[in-house]
Design a protein around this ligand. Structure first.
Ligand code: IMP
Length: 201
């Protein structure tokens, strides 16, 4: 497949998640992109009906590119816990219920680990970043960061499951880590690095 250069300009971030919007703006704004989110534009949020991070990322970017006529970027990501067979995985946001309560979602992960008597507390964050152009051209990149789950949650930086995740080689959780440091090692940053070296001029 021939890759296409993504030229700096308006880029629609196809997400309503404020944590992701802020991280995507931090990554793309220094490169000259004007990142406008689906939340800013009041776009409808498509239902995530696919069974994979890549599938859901493409589904969200396609919907945003179609409704705005601009290139759209989406992130589908989540926490995959080894002892839970990869759950919550693509259901990471859904485990937080409606309205989202990540305190409850982290407690659910902990409860499920206790229920299966898990001694293995390894987990990874996974991210698929998709870029879809209004003419239908699509590109997708994946990134992962491996680590361990701790309990109780620690730190109020970051979002989602950050307070229970300690990346390999670290002692503090993503919730305790300065955003710049998290951005240097996160699943999103790793997918972004691939996107950058493939699509950016
Ligand atoms: P979705 O991609 O919108 O389905 O949601 C992914 C969910 O995974 C988010 O709501 C978070 O709970 C979780 N998640 C994804 N990336 C991160 C991260 O960097 N830190 C903590 N939680 C994350």
């Amino acid at each position: 497949m021939t890759h296409r250069t993504l030229l700096p300009g308006r880029l629609v971030a196809a997400t309503h998640n404020r944590g992701k919007i802020s991280e995507l703006k931090d990554l793309f704004a220094p490169l000259g992109f004007e990142v406008v989110s689906a939340l800013d534009l009041d776009l409808e949020e498509p239902e995530e009906t696919e069974g994979s991070f890549v599938g859901n990322a493409l589904l969200k970017a396609r919907a945003a590119a179609k409704s705005t006529g601009a290139p759209a970027l989406s992130d589908d990501s989540g926490l995959s816990v080894a002892a839970l067979g990869g759950l919550p995985g693509i259901y990471s946001a859904r485990w937080a219920g409606e309205p989202r309560d990540f305190g409850a979602a982290m407690a659910k992960v902990e409860r499920e680990l206790e229920d299966v008597g898990a001694t293995d507390r390894s987990a990874k964050f996974v991210c698929a970043l998709a870029v879809v152009w209004p003419d239908g051209h699509e590109e997708v990149f994946e990134g992962e960061v491996h680590g361990t789950l701790v309990w109780p949650p620690r730190g109020d930086k970051g979002f989602g499951y950050d307070p229970v995740f300690v990346a390999e080689g670290e002692t503090i959780t993503f919730g305790e880590m300065d955003p710049e440091r998290k951005h240097a090692m996160s699943h999103r940053a790793r997918a972004f690095d691939k996107l950058k070296s493939t699509l950016l001029p």
